[in-house]
Write a protein that binds this ligand. Structure first.
Ligand code: EPS
Length: 391
């Protein structure tokens, strides 16, 4: 069994994470983890905190000479901002921000005297450690050629055009843009939308899409509710702060159509049996096809999952992020100490977190896939796993 836990506060000395269950003998390149951490810091509309932090992971256990040894892997990411907070006298926060965990969290943990204690842990700062743990899952999956990428579909109601290109190219193009949008003209429009919202002292949300490629048929199971992989993706991705909706494939559009128009019909993968087959496929087919299998689909409306089991097509998970709840324009709230109406007080926050959320979505999707992978092919060492794969 694979699992991870994180700890640490937004303004504490560090975030820590423990990953348990990684097979021994996996080569860990720390720079791959740091690259994902840097991707979490990008984007127009990000928080001023990102100018202070330069997130880098330190490995405290479980890896020797760049190889996992079967022991728990322990990570640390230092909070550079801690230096600015450790001796600071901060007046208690008593006005909960609508949309945040402030009020419900303070009532739950009896922290009404200072709501800041809720935000310390509820803060999206914690996602830095998730990205590190997810990067480890990604390193494991890469050994088996599984690739995970993402891009932004829309922000603040402005939808991006999606270029007709194979997924790896789409990911690369999105990564080049500071809004994680693959089409350059759409990126321009979306950037303008975010900048407008910043001038308006508001915040804005959007929709991201995470895709996993080269996933074999048969991960997950239909046999029990909690083994269905679509449900497990939904849980993991929904747990990202501000995500309030998850869609697998084109689920919401499918819901408006008749049944004969939304299933992904099954074809024999004839073209792939021929030599030089790939050149005969259209771009779309190439994008959709897992060339290790004998069957193919010309569409992927199911997002690579049927009955909660991977079907060999790319896994497509979309997430809807509500706008960040902290806004410069104050919202109506209540002072819980004085028991009187009050306006929520602005605190440093993102105006738009959607581009940054992409790598967090990738981390959670990678995590669930790695879990499912270990359930099916798991072993105590990489060697053992590779032997099982070749059986
Ligand atoms: C974040 C760190 C936080 C926030 C933001 C994300 O830092 P601070 O609270 O010091 O400004 O900038 O968190 C939120 C959006 C939130 O709602 O808490 C980070 O590292 O991603």
């Amino acid at each position: 069994m694979l699992r991870f836990l994180t700890a640490g506060e937004s303004h504490g000395p560090a975030l820590v994470g423990i990953v348990e269950g990684m097979p021994a003998g996996l080569t860990i390149d720390c720079e791959l983890i740091n690259r994902d951490l840097a991707r979490r810091q990008i984007g127009v509309g990000r928080s001023a905190r990102m100018r202070i932090e330069n997130d880098r992971v330190e490995i405290l256990g479980g890896v020797i000479n760049n190889q996992t040894i079967g022991a728990p892997v322990a990570f640390k990411i230092a909070n550079r901002d801690y230096e600015n907070w450790k001796n600071k006298i901060v007046p208690p926060q008593t006005i909960p921000r609508p949309g945040h965990a402030d009020l419900a969290g303070a009532i739950k943990y009896n922290l009404l005297a200072d709501l800041r204690l809720v935000a310390e842990r509820a803060s999206a700062r914690e996602t830095a450690m998730r990205v590190a743990c997810g990067a480890l899952a990604r390193i494991l999956l890469a050994e088996f050629e599984i690739e995970i990428g993402s891009h932004v579909l829309e922000i603040g109601g402005v939808r991006a055009e999606i270029p007709d290109a194979p997924y790896p190219e789409l990911f690369a193009r999105a990564q080049k843009s500071d809004v994680m949008v693959a089409d350059a003209a759409s990126a321009e429009k979306i950037r303008a939308r975010i900048e407008q919202v910043m001038r308006d002292k508001d915040s804005v949300g959007g929709v991201i899409e995470v895709i996993a490629l080269n996933v074999p048929i048969g991960l997950g199971s239909y046999a029990q509710w909690d083994r269905k992989l679509d449900g497990r993706f939904a849980h993991a991705v929904m747990s990202i702060p501000s995500v309030k909706g998850v869609e697998i494939g084109t689920a919401f559009a499918n819901a408006r159509e008749v049944g004969t128009r939304v299933q992904d019909e099954i074809f024999l993968n004839d073209k792939l049996k021929m030599t030089n087959a790939k050149t005969q496929m259209t771009n779309d087919e190439r994008k959709m096809t897992n060339d290790k299998i004998k069957f193919t689909r010309r569409t992927n409306r199911a997002g690579g999952l049927e009955g909660g089991v991977t079907n060999g097509m790319p896994i497509v998970v979309r997430a809807a992020l509500k706008p960040v709840s902290t806004t410069m324009t104050p919202l109506q709230s209540v002072d819980v100490a004085k028991r009187e109406p009050a306006l929520a007080v602005y605190q440093r926050s993102d105006f738009c977190h959607v581009p940054r959320a992409c790598v967090i979505g990738e981390a959670m999707v990678a995590w669930v896939l790695a879990e499912a992978w270990m359930e099916k092919f798991g072993g105590d060492s990489m060697e053992e796993m590779k032997e099982r794969m070749s059986e």
